[in-house]
Write a protein that binds this ligand. Structure first.
Ligand code: CTP
Length: 405
């Protein structure tokens, strides 16, 4: 099922605020971008800091607002800020900043970052009418337009000091629309597709204190959810307990047990085009839950009876209805053989086999190495990389499989 995707979901927006009275409106703009599912990094010029404080944006976006090139020098902030942006929006933009952007001056963190940008750019000017109409500003705006920068506004209306005229910051909705247009719809086959990702390790309670669990951190599944959303997928993340922050632009369903995970997935699956099951599901659960803490000397803990949990993926494989099904296999030995066997037994299109007996792959760490095996015979080895990059490779394979349908 294809539905119009929210193009900002999962995208990363750099929001640059410069010094004009309209700077206070940028806080609402940040909220609107967040509501659209984007992550937002705010950046303030020194003059903007006289109108609004970094704390406002840090509170709204949950991201630190670096103030100059020499803060966090280990990170080289202007390079990092520019590279992570999918789109940059300058709002409000003063005549001074427009001039610097046009000429390519890089004398502070904002302008150095601007010169590093390799993504679509939106500029929303705000200034007095005379400054806007000045030949210098108009020439600078024309230069920016020629470079592909989208200029939104300014509008006519009340300005600072009681004046009225052209120069007012464009409406928030117009700026958000310009950012959407700049990003453009994703051309990924995942755009607009319903994607279910499961992540984390289920917990099967024994009593109010104890549970049967496993070492899964959820990192691989969260990386997949973020990546699928970044490509325009409408993602439901079914998350067993973990310590990660909910990704923006993704609907998160927190569950604890395998049975809860199964019931959420089953309720969503009819509409789904893709299911990626990175979760480590407990194969067994205690046959009985004690709502009172079991005492050590009762003897009951030494003989907990277990019953088998439903195999969620095998159940989905049995009623596939054309959707792409991706499984994971965490193995210690004969990894590929076990992976191929699971691929067949569970009716999958793709299985991601990874070793969990190495320090740099598998549970909890940020890196992984894997072999991707497809039902159509394809095999792809991914040497040691980050879980984010491996998520990209898995999504590439899913895109190919979708494109074949
Ligand atoms: N899986 C599932 N439901 C289960 C067990 C596993 O959906 N009850 C899914 C996992 O999310 C994973 C894949 O099946 O994508 C393989 O899980 P794994 O635990 O490696 O496979 P098992 O079939 O449980 O085999 P074994 O534990 O014997 O290796």
């Amino acid at each position: 099922m294809t539905v119009a995707p929210e193009v900002l979901a999962g995208r990363h927006v750099l929001l640059v605020v410069s010094g004009g009275i309209a700077a206070y409106k940028s806080a609402n703009l940040a909220r609107a971008l967040l509501r659209a599912g984007a992550s937002v990094q705010a950046l303030l010029t020194a003059a903007a800091g006289k109108f609004v404080g970094p704390a406002t944006f840090e509170g709204l976006t949950g991201r630190h607002v670096p103030l100059d090139v020499f803060s966090d020098t280990g990170q080289v902030p202007h390079i990092h800020l520019a590279r992570e942006a999918d789109v940059a929006v300058f709002a409000p933009t003063t005549a001074n900043l427009i001039a610097k952007l046009a000429v390519g001056i890089a004398d502070d963190l904002v302008t150095s970052t601007a010169l590093m940008l390799d993504c679509p750019i939106v500029v929303a000017p705000a200034m007095h009418t005379e400054m806007w109409r000045h030949a210098a500003t108009q020439a600078n705006v024309a230069t920016l337009r020629r470079r592909g920068v989208r200029i939104v506004g300014p509008d006519d209306g009340p300005l600072a000091a009681g004046d009225v005229g052209e120069g007012r910051l464009a409406e928030e909705s117009a700026i958000v629309d310009a950012v959407r247009a700049a990003v453009g719809p994703s051309d990924s086959p995942l755009a607009g597709r319903r994607v279910i990702v499961s992540a984390g390790g289920t917990r099967e309670p024994i009593d109010p204190v104890r549970f049967v669990g496993n070492r899964s951190s959820g990192k691989m599944g969260y990386a997949l959810a973020r990546e699928a959303a970044r490509r325009g997928g409408r993602v439901d993340l079914v998350a067993a307990p973990n310590h990660l922050d909910d990704p923006v632009g993704v609907r998160v369903h927190h569950v604890e047990t395998a049975e809860q995970m199964r019931s959420v997935i089953v309720s969503l699956v009819d509409d789904a085009d893709v299911v990626m099951k990175a979760a480590a599901v407990a194969d067994f659960r205690p046959a009985q839950y004690s709502d009172r803490k079991i005492k050590k000397d009762s003897g009951d803990l030494a003989q907990i009876k277990l019953v088998e949990n439903p195999d969620i993926l095998a159940e989905l494989g049995a009623r596939k209805a054309g959707r792409v099904l991706v499984g994971f296999a965490a193995e210690t030995d004969l990894a590929e053989d076990h992976g191929r066997e699971k691929l067949r037994r569970k009716g999958l299109d793709l299985i991601v086999v990874n070793r969990v007996d190495m320090a740099d792959a598998g549970f909890s760490v940020d890196t992984n190495r894997a072999v991707l095996i497809r039902a159509d015979g394809g095999r792809r080895e991914v040497p040691l990389t980050t879980k984010d990059r491996l998520a990209g490779v898995v999504c590439d394979e899913v895109e190919e499989l979708l494109a074949q349908r």
